[in-house]
Ligand binder design. Structure first.
Ligand code: PMP
Length: 416
C-alpha cells in the first residue's frame, strides 16, 4: 500500500510513521490497523472524529438519510441543513447570525475572507504568526507557518501580528499582562502604518502550530483596538469549537469580555468525520455579496444529518464537561510526566487539547513512533520545528482511557 501511495499520490501528502498505518475500523476511542492491531486513538484523525468512532447515533442518521436522499443541492429546501443552521446560529453567540455550510475548514475560511474583503472593500488581512488556516490559494496567504504555506503568492496582502505563541518570540519573557500589553501596542503600531485591513483572523488556540495560545483576554484587548479602526474579527474555531477546550464552548470565549467575533468558522469535528464546514456571520456581513454563491456539496443532507446527530449527542451527554474533567486530569498527568523527562520543553493545553513540546523534531518523531509501538496514536505539530506532540482524544474519552494513554506516553517518552 505504501509503495502504491507513493506511486500515485503527491509527495507533499505526508504520512505518519516509518511504516505507515492503514486503519481499517474503529469503535469508541479505539482503531484497528490492517494487521489487526488495536490502538488507543488520541488524535481522532486530526481532531475530526470528535465524539467517538462508529458512534451508533451518527452511523444511523447517516445510513437513514443515505437511504432516503443523498443529494438535492442548495436549489431546494434542505431540512437537515436548516435545522443544523438554526442550532449553530443559536450556539454561536453572534447576534442575528447567518450560517453558510461548506465541505472543509479551508473553504469556510475562504468564505470568511471573501465576506470580510467585500464588506470592508480591502484586500489587506491581519493574521497571527504561526497560524494555520487551510490549503487553498487564499488561506495559505494567511497561514503564518512556512511549513504549510508553499507559495508567497497571494490574492491578499497579509500582515502578521504577535501574540499567538506565549512562550516564544520577543515578548515571551514578559508577564501575562505585559505580554498582552506589548502585543496590543504592536497591533496599534501596525494599524497606524497600514491601509485599512479587512479583518484579523485568529485561532484561539493554534492547532497545527502546536496548541499554542496567548493569555486569556488577549483577543478581547485586540478587539477594542480593531473596533476603533473598523476592522472585523474572525475566530477560526476549526479545532477549538464545540466544547473541546472544556472551559468554553468556543475558543473565543476565553476572550469574551468584548463580546463575540464578527464571524466564526468551523469544520473538522462537527460531522464526526463527515465533511462539514461552515462560517457563521452577522447578517449584514453574510449578506454583503451582490452575486450568487453556492457550494455544491456544502450542506448536503447526509453530512447535515451526521452533524445534527453528532451535535445532539455532544450536548445531551455534556461532552464539554467531559473535556473539562478528563482533559484536566490528562493534562495534570502529562505535566507530572513531563517534569521527569529532561528533553520536554513544555506541557500545555486546555481541555482535550494537550501538547508536549520537546527539544527537537527528531525527538518528537521518535516519541510518535514509540507511542504507536505501544498502542497509542497521537499527532505532531509546531511552528518552526514540528517538535510538538499533539494529544486530542475523542471527547467521550473516559478517565481510565486517559490514564492508559498517559501511561503509554510516559513509556514512549522514557524509551526515547
Ligand atoms: N483552520 C484550522 C485551525 C485548521 O486546523 C484546519 C485544518 N487543519 C483548517 C482551518 C483547514 O481545514 P480543512 O483541512 O478541513 O480544509
Amino acid at each position: 500500500m505504501h509503495r502504491r501511495h507513493q506511486a500515485v499520490l503527491p509527495d507533499w501528502l505526508a504520512l505518519y510513521y516509518d511504516e505507515p498505518l492503514e486503519l481499517t475500523h474503529g469503535e469508541g476511542r479505539h482503531v484497528w490497523d490492517a494487521e489487526g492491531r488495536r490502538y488507543l486513538d488520541f488524535f481522532g484523525g486530526i481532531l475530526t472524529t470528535m465524539t467517538a468512532h462508529a458512534l451508533p447515533e451518527v452511523t444511523k442518521a447517516v445510513a437513514e438519510q443515505a437511504g432516503r436522499l443523498i443529494h438535492s443541492s442548495t436549489l431546494y429546501l434542505d431540512r437537515p441543513m436548516i435545522e443544523l443552521a438554526e442550532r449553530i446560529a443559536a450556539l454561536s453567540g453572534i447576534p442575528d447570525a447567518r450560517v453558510f455550510f461548506t465541505t472543509s475548514g479551508t473553504e469556510a475560511n475562504d468564505t470568511a475572507l471573501l465576506l470580510a474583503t467585500t464588506y470592508r472593500r480591502s484586500s489587506q488581512l491581519l493574521a497571527m504568526r504561526n497560524s494555520y488556516h487551510g490549503r487553498s490559494f487564499s488561506t495559505i496567504g494567511i497561514t503564518g507557518n512556512k511549513g504549510w504555506s508553499p507559495t508567497g503568492l497571494s490574492p491578499l496582502q497579509t500582515l502578521y501580528v504577535h501574540g499567538g505563541v506565549r512562550t516564544r518570540g520577543p515578548y515571551a519573557h514578559l508577564s501575562d499582562a505585559d505580554f498582552t500589553a506589548a502585543c496590543v501596542a504592536d497591533l496599534e503600531d501596525l494599524l497606524g502604518h497600514s491601509r485599512a485591513p479587512a479583518a484579523l483572523i485568529a485561532e484561539p488556540i493554534q492547532g497545527v502550530g502546536g496548541f499554542t495560545s496567548p493569555p486569556d483576554g488577549l483577543y478581547a484587548a485586540f478587539r477594542e483596538v480593531l473596533q476603533r479602526h473598523g476592522v472585523l474579527w474572525i475566530s477560526d474555531e476549526v479545532q477549538t469549537g464545540w466544547g473541546r477546550t472544556g472551559d468554553h464552548f468556543w475558543g473565543w470565549q476565553a476572550h469574551a469580555q468584548s463580546g463575540p467575533p464578527d464571524m466564526l468558522t468551523f469544520a473538522k469535528g462537527i460531522g464526526n468525520g463527515m465533511s462539514v464546514g461552515g462560517v457563521v456571520a452577522r447578517a449584514d456581513i453574510m449578506n454583503c455579496l451582490d452575486a450568487n454563491s453556492i457550494s455544491t456539496f456544502g450542506g448536503s443532507p447526509v453530512t447535515m444529518a451526521a452533524g445534527l446527530a453528532n451535535l445532539g449527542y455532544l450536548l445531551e451527554h455534556d461532552l464539554q464537561g467531559n473535556a473539562r474533567r478528563v482533559g484536566g486530569l490528562l493534562l495534570e498527568r502529562l505535566r507530572a510526566i513531563g517534569e521527569r523527562v529532561p528533553f520536554v520543553r513544555e506541557v500545555r493545553g486546555r481541555g482535550l487539547m494537550a501538547a508536549i513540546e520537546v527539544d527537537r523534531p527528531e525527538r518528537a518523531a521518535a516519541v510518535l513512533e514509540a507511542a504507536r509501538a505501544g498502542g497509542l496514536l497521537v499527532g505532531k505539530g509546531g511552528g518552526h520545528s514540528t517538535a510538538v506532540l499533539r494529544i486530542a482524544p475523542p471527547m467521550t474519552v473516559t478517565v481510565a482511557e486517559a490514564e492508559e494513554g498517559a501511561a503509554l506516553l510516559e513509556t514512549a517518552l522514557h524509551s526515547v
